[in-house]
Design a protein around this ligand. Structure first.
Ligand code: GLA
Length: 741
């Protein structure tokens, strides 16, 4: 069992040979933190790892400075995990050990998405309960270590065991007290259409944080950060990954103290948060994922990809190859009728596409984005027979049918808003801020959740719909619920997201065979919380191949390729106006859940032929590309920033696909050498360039080379000085590798 509790030393040691997590009940009864990181031998005491005691306080010399769930007000001046206001108004808590238990497996978290196990022997969970005697506040810290992954997940449940209400102002999911601050903090930052770009900065004295107060995890910062040593690369060096399984406001923060130790905390954003616990009530934090590796970001991402793909995502589609889809949005936007859609579906079928998705515009009077959200009734002007005949016709063509919906919203111009203005978030007597001419439904209200669920159920039952794109297109403003009393408004954001999760839970349980893709103006809610319900998400509204290199690279630090929707769209690109070759657009979108976002009726014969070839290639390599082991080879954020390269390898290492991209072309570009990773050094691979014809790079087809050679020396390809002008900008190469022995 990868967890031991030593009754003599009062130490909890979680160990699986990949990492160790060690905590200890200290002399003052508090739970001290001793270690997170390199695997240490079980059966020994690590009490000596306790760091220097607070020396400024004459009577508290024996107390630890590294705690598992730190509180403020009594000498620890760093950022706390927990802040409460008990009935007496005192900010001081002393959380002392009461009891613990070790459980095989992992219990679910009530109302919250979380990682899980399929067999009890996959993990062990330790639950340690601490109590503040004067207030009666109980804190149960939960730690699960996975047997096969370098990962510990944490959460906390607060319970008011006292006689009076307690107001919680900050309840983090996890803190980590690290013995030194020699780390770079890596965050994923951006905005709409520029999500999850990689930023790295050295930790510096004081506090540094990213977070969201938008009600969504946001495109601006992702609830995932990495701490890496300055010398850490993809292949070497220590790294810690921290991800929050949550889709609402969050904070990820590091504080470096004067003694150059670092405290990290991750959890719900404390600013504006206030939750009242009546006697006997509980509050559980979202889950935090903590991963540690000694051997580079590649290994860190692999551990997270496996956890998120196999033990966070769930349901019928978790392990199933995802269909190649064509989405109507960039092809026709709001401008369609049934015949248009059927023609598009027929053209898509001829290309080999498997799923036709009708995006926005099918309901109410939705000719643009100024109306109708909330009125999920088919627009009979466009679809006279409703969804059913359309879906049937699409299915008769041999394609599945999918539908877009944005259930959390209401347009001020809608019947729903006329009937229930109080269902939209807003402060009575003050104007509501509109974004994209829409308001957010107050999903902290159970009756609104019931209404939306009923509506979704009706829509999904009205036609053979096998895929749903669930969108969410604005941040939350005026975060006030008419249904909550004034002193409980600080609960609104969290209650709202619990309502969102309740909707997702009910819907995915009611329609277990439907494939769900989440979306929030592209990737504004691309997080581990929603991945627990929808195994894939629309990565970004930006479909430009060059922009996507950075977006998909950053996203891949935490999230697996099976979660990243990636589509080929028309040129000039609708977001940036860039014209990139069709093959390059496909070469980028292959590294994700592949599809198209264009009007297939407008393609030339040559384009149609090229797309048939793309679809055939993706079909043939889909499992490697969706479920393989991903390796990042060349970063678009480093070096000359003029390209990128990455690859995905089948679990049995019999196949791999490599993608290489150059943004701007150069005269006489010289030979390219790409050292590959993850192959079997003892096997030989046939290297086939895709597309097989039509490019001017040195023909590489039918080359057979050893895995050792491809990894140790590299894959070479070259265009001569005379051939270079024909390559143009935005070039890409895809290589398929197949083991021949
Ligand atoms: C959002 C999505 C797009 C599209 C539109 C429809 O912007 O991210 O993919 O669905 O909404 O209005």
């Amino acid at each position: 069992m990868p967890a031991t509790w030593d009754p003599a030393t009062h130490e909890l040691h979680l160990h699986n040979g990949r990492l160790s997590y060690i905590a200890r009940i200290m002399e003052d009864g508090s739970l001290g933190h001793l270690h997170f990181g390199a695997p240490l031998a079980a059966g020994r005491s690590y009490a000596h790892l306790q760091r220097r005691p607070f020396h400024g306080f004459a009577n508290r010399l024996g107390e630890p400075v590294a705690r598992e769930y730190p509180t403020g007000g009594s000498g620890d001046f760093r950022v706390p995990a927990l802040v409460v206001e008990p009935a007496d108004g005192s900010p001081v808590l002393h959380l002392a050990y009461r009891e613990h238990r070790l459980l095989p497996g992992k219990p679910p978290l009530p109302g919250l998405p979380a990682t899980y196990v399929e067999r009890a022997d996959e993990a062990v969970t330790a639950e340690i309960t601490l109590v503040d005697e004067p207030s009666g506040l109980e804190v149960t810290l939960r730690y699960t270590i996975f047997e096969a992954l370098p990962v510990v997940v944490r959460s906390a449940t607060l319970r008011n065991g006292g006689p009076a209400p307690i107001r919680v102002r900050c309840a983090m999911s996890a803190t980590l007290d690290l013995p030194d601050a020699g780390w770079d903090l890596v965050t994923l930052d951006g905005t709409w259409s520029r999500e999850r770009h990689v930023t790295a900065r050295p930790l510096a004295p004081g506090r540094q944080s990213v977070g969201s107060q938008r009600g969504t995890s946001s495109a601006e910062h992702n609830p995932f950060v990495v701490l890496r040593r300055p010398s850490t690369t993809e292949e070497h060096g220590e790294a810690i990954g921290l991800a929050l399984v949550y889709s609402g406001n969050f904070r990820a923060e590091a504080e470096v103290d004067p003694f150059a130790t670092a405290r990290i905390r991750l959890g719900i954003e404390p600013d504006g948060f206030a939750w009242t616990l009546a006697p006997g009530e509980e509050l559980t934090t979202p889950e935090a994922i903590l991963a540690w590796v000694p051997d580079g970001l590649d290994a860190l991402s692999d551990a997270l990809h496996r956890l998120l793909r196999e033990r966070l995502a769930r349901g019928t589609w978790r392990d199933r190859p995802r269909p190649i889809l064509l989405n109507s949005w960039e092809g026709v936007y709001f401008d369609f009728d049934e015949e248009t859609l059927v023609e598009m579906a027929a053209a898509a079928r001829d290309l080999g596409v498997e799923l036709f998705v009708l995006d926005d515009g099918w309901f109410g009077e939705r000719d643009d984005d100024t109306s109708s959200l909330g009125d999920w009734v088919v627009d009979r002007r466009k679809l006279p027979g409703g969804l059913e005949p359309l879906a049937r016709r699409v299915r008769e063509l041999g394609l599945d049918f999918g539908l877009w919906i944005e259930p959390e919203m209401v347009s001020p111009r809608s019947r729903l808003f006329e009937a229930h203005p109080e269902w939209a978030l807003g402060v009575p007597g003050r104007p509501r801020t509109e974004s994209r001419q829409q308001l957010v439904l107050d999903l902290s209200r159970p009756e609104v959740v019931d209404h939306v669920f009923g509506m979704l159920q009706e829509v999904l039952a009205s036609a053979p719909i096998s895929y749903v794109k669930w969108d969410m297109n604005r941040s939350l403003t005026e975060p006030y619920s008419a249904a909550l009393p004034p002193d409980r408004q600080g609960e609104l954001f969290h209650r709202h997201i619990l309502g969102v999760y309740e909707l997702w839970r009910r819907l995915t349980e009611a329609f277990p065979d439907v494939l769900f893709e989440s979306c929030a103006s592209g990737g504004a809610r691309f997080d581990a919380g929603l991945l627990a319900f929808a195994p894939q998400a629309w990565t970004s509204d930006d479909t430009d191949a060059v922009e996507r290199l950075a977006i998909q690279w950053g996203t891949s630090l935490a999230y697996p390729l099976s979660s990243m929707g990636a589509h080929v769209s028309a040129v000039p690109n609708h977001q940036v106006g860039r014209v990139t070759p069709l093959a390059t657009r496909a070469a980028v979108a292959f590294f994700g859940v592949f599809g198209y976002e264009l009007d297939p009726r407008r393609l030339s014969g040559e384009e149609r032929a090229a797309i048939r070839d793309q679809v055939a290639f993706y079909r043939d390599h889909r499992e490697v590309l969706q479920f393989g082991r991903f390796h990042r080879l060349r970063s678009p954020f480093e070096g000359d920033r003029n390209g990128a390269a990455w690859m995905s390898v089948a679990p049995d290492r019999s196949r791999a696909v490599v993608g290489w991209y150059r943004i701007l072309n150069r005269a006489d570009p010289g030979p390219e050498r790409l050292r590959l990773r993850g192959l079997d050094p003892a096997r030989r691979y046939r290297v086939t360039a895709w597309p097989a014809t039509g490019d001017r790079w040195e023909q590489i087809n039918e080359l057979v080379r050893g895995g050792d050679d491809l990894m140790g020396v590299g894959l070479f390809f070259e265009a001569t000085r005379h051939e270079a002008p024909a390559l143009g900008d935005f070039g890409a190469r895809v290589f398929a590798l197949d083991a021949v022995d």
